[in-house]
Design a protein around this ligand. Sequence first.
Ligand code: IMP
Ligand code: MG
Length: 171
Amino acid sequence: MPEFIPLISEEEINTRVQETGEQITKDYKDLDLVMIGVLKGSFIFLADLSRKISIDHEIDLIGASSYDGTSSSGQIVFTKKPDLELKGRDILLVEDIVDTGNTLLKIVDFIQLLNPRSIKICSLIDKHERREVEINVTYSCFSLEKGFIVGYGLDYNEKYRNLPAIYDLKL
Ligand code: IMP
Ligand code: MG
């Protein structure tokens, strides 16, 4: 049986999501904010974060998966592209966790082609140990050195996204 070691509580998540939402509200008050959630892991974070932002903003989704399905460093295909017009707008990519950074770097390159005014990244977790590319995570709720975590949207083989807190998974 896998072991779930409590890492971040519901209360801690709520506090950091609130603080991050307030910061984004301030930073984007004179901008044209479009939040784009990266499927699927960001869906809970995106829903909560959006409700902590008190300026008008729009929401879209993007889906990307690795071509060979095993590593994030190869080609990616987009399973869902944003529907909104992004030209000239201020894009905030919302991700569950940045690990190597490869997926997000390719998403940023793709969004760039749509000529937004700005692109920034907001990730629930910024995980450092395996970073392979230089990527600037402007907003992150939590920093993690290493480990594999689940809950609050984060999965292991598509399961455990529904856990309200975040756990270190020991297999
Ligand atoms: P990257 O391209 O290596 O940065 O891949 C990031 C993606 O890998 C995330 O969006 C997650 O779907 C997945 N991932 C990386 N680390 C974890 C983890 O600790 N738990 C759950 N999913 C993870
Ligand atoms: Mg995942």
